[in-house]
Every structure is written in structure tokens, then in C-alpha cells.
Ligand binder design. Structure first.
Ligand SMILES: [Zn+2]
Length: 171
């Protein structure tokens, strides 16, 4: 009986701790993006390796960066929606894309009003930057800068390898 009570206490303590962590993460997301995000798309590294090409895996899951000017969507001007290459969430539209001449597809805003792209402080490589991540699957997209030339002032600098494209339906 004692053992039973003890394990019951242990389980509830652990339960509390993990609840706490979950709440904290949600709180942080609310602060950075003012909305609770859908973070439901989870896979193991092995599963990601099966779905993604090695190049996509390197960028999306290991926070890599494709070489400037090499990306499929760098000079892409078709009408439609840019999706996350990991989970298919629509992240940007062609109307948000602008020619930044920086070598990567660049957007001045995101779809969905702030609940699809997570912003995370990034202090790697001796720089202070803001990483952008797909909220749903946690895939690395690129970085966001506040030196954009359009009215929003924002420049979402995204790897082509992190993106897919859905053409707009022709009318
Ligand atoms: Zn995603």
C-alpha cells in the first residue's frame, strides 16, 4: 500500500512538472507572437530523413543555410502560396515576396496573422539575429530582419529548400 501511495505521489509530481513545461512554452509563444500556435506536426529525426532530401534535412532540421543565389525560389515570380517543405503549411504568398537581391527568397510579411511563423533569438555565429521557424513542425526557415524596403519594414529571409510552392488556381 505504501508503495502504491509513493508511486502515486511520484507520478503526480512528474505530471505537474511536465504540465508546467508545457504551459511555459505556450506562454513564451504567446509573448513572441501573441497567438497560441499549432505545433502539432512532430516527427523523429529518422522519419524526417525519410521524407526530406538530405539538403532539405540539413536546412530544415539542422538549421543550415543554402548557398546564396542557388535556391529554386530566389527569382520565382509565379502567383500562389509558399508552403513549409516539412509540413505543407502555407506560410507566405507571392504578394508578400519582393526582390531583395540578397540571394534568398524574401518576404515582407507572413500569412495567418502571426501564428504560423515562430521567432526565436539566435546568437549563433557571433551574431544577434532572429531565427524564423515553422510553428507547426519546428522546421528552420531562415531569419527575419527589420531592414525591409516595403511598408512593413520587415524582411523574412527564407531558404528555398525550406519552401514548397502551391500555384494559385487559374480563373
Ligand atoms: Zn512546417
Amino acid at each position: 500500500m505504501k508503495k502504491l501511495i509513493l508511486s502515486a505521489i511520484l507520478i503526480s509530481t512528474f505530471g505537474l512538472v511536465s504540465c508546467q513545461t508545457a504551459v511555459n512554452t505556450k506562454e513564451e509563444q504567446k509573448i513572441s507572437n501573441k497567438k497560441v500556435m499549432d505545433t502539432s506536426y512532430k516527427k523523429t529525426d529518422e522519419e524526417w530523413k525519410k521524407i526530406l532530401t538530405p539538403e532539405q534535412y540539413y536546412v530544415l532540421r539542422q538549421k543550415g543555410t543554402e548557398r546564396a543565389g542557388t535556391g529554386e525560389y530566389n527569382d520565382h515570380k509565379e502567383k500562389g502560396f509558399y508552403t513549409c517543405a516539412g509540413c505543407g503549411t502555407e506560410l507566405f504568398s507571392n504578394e508578400q515576396k519582393f526582390d531583395s537581391h540578397c540571394g534568398w527568397p524574401s518576404f515582407d510579411g507572413e500569412l495567418g496573422g502571426g501564428d504560423r511563423v515562430l521567432k526565436v533569438n539566435d546568437f549563433s555565429h557571433g551574431m544577434i539575429r532572429t531565427e524564423i521557424v515553422c510553428a507547426k513542425c519546428g522546421g528552420h526557415l531562415g531569419h527575419i530582419f527589420d531592414d525591409g524596403p516595403t511598408a512593413t519594414g520587415q524582411r523574412y529571409c527564407v531558404n528555398s529548400l525550406s519552401l514548397g510552392f502551391k500555384p494559385a488556381e487559374k480563373k
